[in-house]
Design a protein around this ligand. Structure first.
Ligand code: FMN
Length: 572
């Protein structure tokens, strides 16, 4: 049974479907959402999925985003008298699933909220009212009657520190909330179209789960002990039913290869404090782009021994300064300072606009212990804007590149000399790619550019995976390809090859005008083309971005394109 209540203006709708005996999903369909915290480049909207299980007692698993307040609560009341709900199971406290917990508690004050210890603590800060609670641990069970025996798995960091999974032994449905999800909005309740959902499934994994690959593998180990899983009821996108083995297999493979990365950066922060989660997400994205693994540690829910072990095995550490005066802050910082080793790289960010531990004395202490700052301290005084997230991502890339620099140099030198020279005979033109997405602008010098199609007109550009501009060249993004002129390219080339600090304005001192798509056209370029990224192919250390070209102009008809001749193939 599927019912749709459409709100055509905002393109928010609700889908209700029975998915198993006594089990209903209420899916809040957010068709147009185009940005989701740290997951840049959301193309296909998203959904927030909630579930009702009716045994002799009734449980509601998760709620919805607050933008669905009217639609969701109305639909819930049509399904069940809220006073009849006995348990509200909180998979984790992120606002897109827990945004309406306070409203549900108002409708049903006697409800018992079920969650991990950390989730219940977070909820206290969120709802500011007393509520009944049941803290669950790994393996705890809750019998709703009619054989709906629920078993809980503690799955920290997937992707919030307080995450739990819930398994219903009767229906064999595993409710995983963010894990195995994807930002993909369609009328399909299930995952029948594997090809359509695969890119978003992978993108979501890379943004949210890859930084916690070890935690993914531990949670999957616990899932293996549950017995048969007939459906994975995720919190975002279609529920997994047709392709469970394939999609969980991908999670396992991707996580195994992540944990095999030789180099790790530890990121230590306090979750839920200020905007730290999203900033951390952006830093982590930047690190992961360099092929470096990340260990994410919430200082509020870690023990000292574990903390020191992680610090000890990392090549670099990033610390978000905790709130000043908090009881755990000093102890945790001392533990980190006690475990660091000379030659590790360090980066520090603050989020609280003045209420954090002071940033400079802390950085000095790390430097005195022999650590090298990999990026300038990030000070965030105001509400973060898009540029702030980009700055954090670039800072993450800087520390990732720092800790992997020896490996990168070794890989470049390892090429057979003859092959290296032969490859060096491949040459290309010289171009500056410029892009603007929201408020964020970026640019890079490129020579691995080639026309790739006549009809429709298309070009391919190889973009290193750790390039700053890479996150502005996702499928659907628009950018400009500026062609440099023979004999007149040196100053532009020199400018764009500078090592820009994180968040720097790369166009300072450069004459530009805006293209139709918003990206800067360089006034001194010989020609430009407006492009839209259509597909990205994973090619080792580069993405080949295939793009349609839909507009363009030559400003100097008689001039020639700058050509880049090389001697060796292991450099551009
Ligand atoms: C001649 C030349 C050609 C280059 N071509 C490419 C290219 O096609 N793709 C790419 O990803 N980087 C290329 N690069 C590297 C980037 O231009 C440059 O190092 C980069 O902008 C700096 O990294 P960032 O933008 O991530 O800070 C080239 C560099 C040179 C010197």
């Amino acid at each position: 049974m599927v019912a749709l209540a459409e709100n055509s203006k905002k393109r928010l709708s609700i889908q209700v479907a029975q998915i198993a005996p006594e089990t209903t999903t209420i899916r809040s369909l957010d068709w147009d959402r185009d940005r989701f915290d740290i997951e840049f480049g959301l193309q296909n909207g998203t959904t927030y999925n909630s579930f009702i299980i009716r045994g002799e007692q009734t449980a509601l698993i998760d709620t919805s985003h607050e933008k669905f307040r009217l639609n969701f609560l109305e639909t819930l009341k049509n399904q069940i008298d809220p006073a009849q709900i006995d348990y509200l199971i909180i998979s984790h406290t992120e606002p897109d699933h827990s945004g309406l917990v306070k409203d549900v508690l108002q409708l049903a004050p006697d409800i018992t909220v079920v969650g991990s210890k950390v989730a219940i603590q977070f909820l206290e800060d969120l709802v500011h009212q007393p509520f009944r609670r049941q803290v669950v641990k790994n393996g705890d069970r809750l019998n709703l009657g009619k054989n709906h025996e629920l078993e809980f798995i503690i799955a920290p960091n997937l992707h919030w520190p307080d995450t739990i999974f819930t398994y219903d032994h009767k229906t064999q449905i595993l409710y995983t909330c963010d894990a195995f999800g994807l930002h993909y909005c369609s009328d399909a309740t299930f995952d029948e179209d594997l090809e359509a959902i695969s890119p978003d499934f992978q993108f979501y994994y890379e943004c949210l789960m890859a930084p916690n690959a070890r935690s993914v593998l531990s949670a999957m180990k616990r899932m293996d002990e549950l017995g048969k899983i007939s459906m994975i009821a995720t919190g975002h996108g279609p529920l997994l039913y047709h392709n469970i083995e394939e999609l969980t297999g991908r999670y396992r493979r991707w996580s195994q290869s992540q944990t095999k990365a030789e180099t790790t950066v530890g990121v230590f922060y306090v979750s839920g404090y200020g905007s730290s989660d999203r900033l951390v997400g952006a830093i982590v994205n930047g690190i992961v782009k360099t092929g470096t693994a990340v260990e994410l540690v919430d200082l509020r829910s870690t023990d000292l021994q574990q903390l020191q072990e992680i610090v000890g095995r990392c090549s670099g550490i990033v610390v978000g300064t905790p709130p000043a005066g908090s009881t755990f802050a000093q102890t945790n910082l001392s533990a980190i300072l006690g475990a660091v080793k000379q030659k590790q790289a360090v980066g520090i960010f603050e989020t609280g606009g003045g209420d954090d531990e002071p940033i400079d004395p802390l950085l000095n202490k790390f430097q005195d212990l022999g650590l090298t700052p990999a990026f300038p301290p990030i000070r965030i005084k105001q509400e973060p804007a898009e540029n702030t997230y980009k700055l954090c991502e670039e800072a993450g890339t800087d520390i990732g590149q720092w800790v992997t620099r020896d490996k990168s140099i070794k890989a470049m030198k390892s090429l057979d000399a003859d092959l290296d020279k032969a490859l060096g005979r491949l040459s290309g033109g010289l171009y500056i790619i410029t892009a603007k997405k929201g408020e964020v602008k970026s640019a890079m010098l490129a020579s691995w550019v080639s026309q790739a199609s006549f009809k429709p007109l298309g070009v391919s550009i190889a973009v290193a995976k750790d390039r700053a501009i890479e996150s502005l060249m996702q499928v659907g993004d628009k950018f400009v390809l500026n062609v440099l002129e023979e004999g007149n390219y040196q100053s532009l080339m020199k400018h764009f090859l500078k090592r820009f600090p994180p968040g720097a304005d790369r166009f300072e001192g450069i004459r530009t005008q805006d293209a139709e798509n918003g990206a800067p056209i360089l006034a001194d370029a010989l020609a430009y083309m407006e492009c839209e990224a259509i597909a990205r192919m994973d090619c080792g250390d580069h993405w080949v971005v295939y793009s349609n070209v839909y507009a363009g102009r030559v400003s100097k008809p008689d001039a020639l394109t700058a050509v880049h001749h090389r001697k060796v193939g292991n450099h551009y």
